[in-house]
Ligand binder design. Structure first.
Ligand code: UDP
Length: 572
């Protein structure tokens, strides 16, 4: 078992380790990994014998306790505790009727209560002021219902540990789109929601020529209004500039890659955007800690492809087993999830991995390696799922999927790049494929209560190995969170230690594009922008992202209104 960092132990004690009724922690981290390994390996009994379950229990325990791979938080928290909801990601439909809306609200509360995050598209709801009954009532509109969902999340702590997380989407042709785009503004924040405008290719074509764009009442399908697409675009990028909300999701790009098009169109994603899902589907995630897959050859650090190749099939097996032992909140979610068996294997520690390899994040070399790595992970994951299908069968909707008739496969999707917000803390590495936010940071937990302080361990190692770690430099990094104006470091070393806001936004986007190329689901990525960025610059980034096949995008401009979880430097 790998030695856990102090921060990691704190996070585990606060939220993951089993507690008794008085709130006393009654489990060690080792016991937690054993509990999860045992539960997930018990799925093996469906196809094998006790000795198979025991074998896989050992493998799963090892890969988690060595911090080589971690499943999403809900699996770590809930597996084997009797609260068996193990998926992090859900999408629920919102139908245009009061009972439909409240059915979904209740379902969302129950999903969140057990730790899941929920995404919704509100575009089916009739617009504000539209008639409700023959007797002259009018609708208060989708934005008011989104606010209601937000209010509900105020009162449901996820798994009793963190506040509810949601994605709220409205399509670009909904008559209330302007009201929706203003929801993220500072005074009017819906704090439990990430907001995204659902953009279509048709809209982007209208934007190119400024051809009038129709806003359509979803109840009657009648055009209510024609507006300039530029007016929508300007409001969209202004919102993103001002508050980081809304982001965008590109619906046609998502649906062009939908593995089960006969089951309907995908209209929404989970809260952080990395998993586009059909109504009622859920998905469970897991991430490989890249920093543990480096070897040295001829005195140089290089990726250990062989070992990465070995852990992928184990991780896929683990995630498929999770679906097997999962408890679903209701029969609709169970049916939709078991029909496609989507999983999302991804990575964490990418920025730390690059530092270990001595490659600057803002370089073509890094982007090329990202693409090569994700291609490798995706291909090996698909092979592993095909192997599982031999014994376990293909997912039930397979015959109507893009894989039929030639490629039996167990899971409709294999890969996702999740934010790994908490599991990267447990593994003591950088999150997801994000660059380091700062070289030292103070971190508030999701409830905004506690703070954790640390200088990035990888940064310390890097400087130490190069013999550059003076007390003076250490102090400077702790204070500033950067080494950009240090006189002791070479330009190359400074480039390797560049932080998120120092890296040109184009490199952020290039990394997202490179990983998306070989990710079945989507990539959760924040494009960090300097405070001086103009709204038009954000427009350019969105346009480029659409052209390059990104499925969705969020930007964060320094000093804009959105709540920040990370604060550079220790002295802020
Ligand atoms: N999630 C959530 N609440 C949170 C954090 C995450 O519901 O406070 C869900 C959400 O669907 C998100 C997914 O978990 O998209 C993955 O997030 P992340 O990788 O940060 O989760 P971790 O496993 O690190 O907790």
């Amino acid at each position: 078992m790998k030695q856990l960092s102090e921060n990691s132990i704190r996070v585990l004690e606060e939220r993951y380790l089993v507690q008794d009724h008085s709130g006393k922690v009654i489990e060690t981290p080792e016991e937690m990994f054993l509990r999860v390994a045992k539960k997930v390996a018990s799925a093996e009994l469906k196809w094998g014998k006790q000795k198979d379950a025991d074998y896989w229990e050992g493998q799963f325990f090892r890969m988690m306790s060595e911090l080589d791979f971690l499943p999403n938080s809900t699996t770590l928290m809930n597996a084997g505790t009797g609260y068996g909801q193990l998926s992090a990601c859900f999408v629920l439909p919102v139908r245009d009727s009061l009972s439909g809306i409240f059915d979904t609200l209740k379902m969302a509360a129950l999903v969140q209560q057990k730790g899941g995050g929920t995404g919704f598209n509100f575009s089916k709801l009739r617009p504000k002021g539209d008639r409700v009954s023959k007797h002259g009532g009018t609708s208060s509109g989708p934005v008011s219902f989104l606010e209601l969902f937000n209010f509900s999340s105020d009162h449901v702590k996820q798994g009793g540990k963190r506040l509810g997380a949601n994605m709220g989407i409205m399509n670009v042709d909904h008559p209330d789109i302007f009201e929706f785009m203003r929801l993220g503004s500072k005074e009017n924040r819906v704090r439990h929601f990430n907001l995204s405008v659902g953009i279509t290719d048709q809209f982007m074509k209208h934007l190119e020529t400024d051809k009038p764009w129709s806003l359509i009442n979803p109840r009657t399908q009648k055009v209510l209004n024609k507006v300039s697409p530029k007016a929508i675009w300007e409001e969209l990028i202004f919102g993103a500039w001002e508050s980081g909300n809304p982001g965008v999701i590109f619906l046609d790009t998502i649906n062009s890659k939908n593995p089960t098009p006969n089951q309907g169109e995908i209209q929404a994603t989970n809260p952080c955007g990395e998993v586009p899902l059909l109504p009622y589907e859920s998905c469970n995630l897991g991430s490989i800690n890249l920093t543990h897959f480096i070897k040295s050859a001829k005195g140089k650090s290089i990726p250990d492809w062989e070992r990465i190749g070995e852990i992928i099939p184990m991780a896929v097996r683990f995630l498929d087993n999770v679906i097997e032992v999962n408890h679903f909140p209701n029969s609709k979610i169970k049916k939709a999830t078991l029909s496609n068996r989507k999983i999302g294997l991804g990575v964490m520690g990418w920025a730390d991995f690059l530092i270990q390899l001595g490659i600057p994040y803002g370089s073509q070399e890094a982007v090329d390696l990202g693409e090569e790595l994700m291609r490798f992970i995706n291909e090996k994951s698909h092979l592993a799922s095909q192997e599982l299908a031999k014994k376990r069968g293909s997912f039930p909707n397979w015959e109507e999927s893009v894989f039929a008739p030639h490629t039996p496969i167990r899971n409709a999707t294999l890969t996702s790049i999740a934010p790994t917000g908490t599991i990267s803390l447990i593994a003591n590495t950088s999150s997801s494929i994000e660059p380091l936010f700062a070289l030292a940071f103070e971190r508030r937990n999701v409830l905004g209560e506690e703070t954790l302080q640390t200088i990035q361990p990888q940064v310390l190692n890097f400087l130490q190995e190069k013999g550059l770690l003076s007390e003076e430099l250490k102090q400077k990094i702790a204070e500033d969170g950067t080494c950009a104006d240090s006189h002791e470091l070479s330009e190359k070393d400074k480039a390797i230690l560049q932080t998120a806001t120092e890296i040109d936004p184009i490199w952020h986007l290039k990394h997202q594009v490179a990983f998306q190329k070989f990710t079945d689901n989507a990539v959760s990525k924040t494009i960090n922008l300097p405070a001086s960025t103009k709204p038009e610059d954000i427009g350019e980034i969105y346009l480029q992202a659409w052209k390059e096949g990104v499925k969705g995008l969020t930007v964060f401009r320094t000093d804009s209104g959105r709540e920040q979880m990370l604060y550079p430097g220790l002295k802020t």
